[in-house]
Ligand binder design. Sequence first.
Ligand code: SAH
Length: 213
Amino acid sequence: MRDTSKHQGLRNQLANVLRAKGITDGKVLNAVREIPRHLFIDSSFEDHAYKDKAFPIAAEQTISQPYTVAFQTQTLEIKPNDKVLEIGTGSGYQTAVLLELKASVYTIERQHELFKKTSLFLPKLGYNPKKFIFGDGYKGLPSQAPFDKIIVTAGAPFVPKPLLSQLKVGGMLLIPVGDQTQMMTLFIRKSSKEFEKHELGDFAFVPMLEEKN
Ligand code: SAH
């Protein structure tokens, strides 16, 4: 696993591209400058690592587009020690961004191959979530609830109720909702029963899958 000044230069450029697209949070841009994204994809495709594009990883899944990762992270206003639940560990890149911002992260993945691969890989880079969970994100993680923030990184056909109920009052759920394309939807818990909803634009994600198939 190698990181070089060439990679660092490409990351600085990527951070500039994201800033031009509207990412203004300096901590998020710094995380992009820090994390060696080329190590999260197959080394033969290294050239693609610092383009602002999604890219295939194992098990027919993708590493999210850097802009999408930065947008979701910025929207959630991650603070040190925020207790964050991530649905869709995938390559672990979004997880690494949350950890750079010093969140306390619980991350769930339903594909066993990815779960295994990423739970071995991230700690090697020094990224240590509180827990890697192999399981179904539709259920959330009741044993560790409530959370300050919940981030869903797969396209959900509907908003799973357990995720809303596992938020602290004042907490936020950010979830792309829809089939072909998804509306990035932010829910802010105002009280035990009230949620404020904001629609933040269209994105494209791989589907959040139900059950095993
Ligand atoms: N944050 C990841 C995104 C990966 S794509 C990254 O940047 O690499 C979305 C991920 O969600 C895939 O790994 C997919 O396997 C996972 N996923 C899909 N449905 C899920 C579910 N019900 N529960 C947990 N993870 C799920």
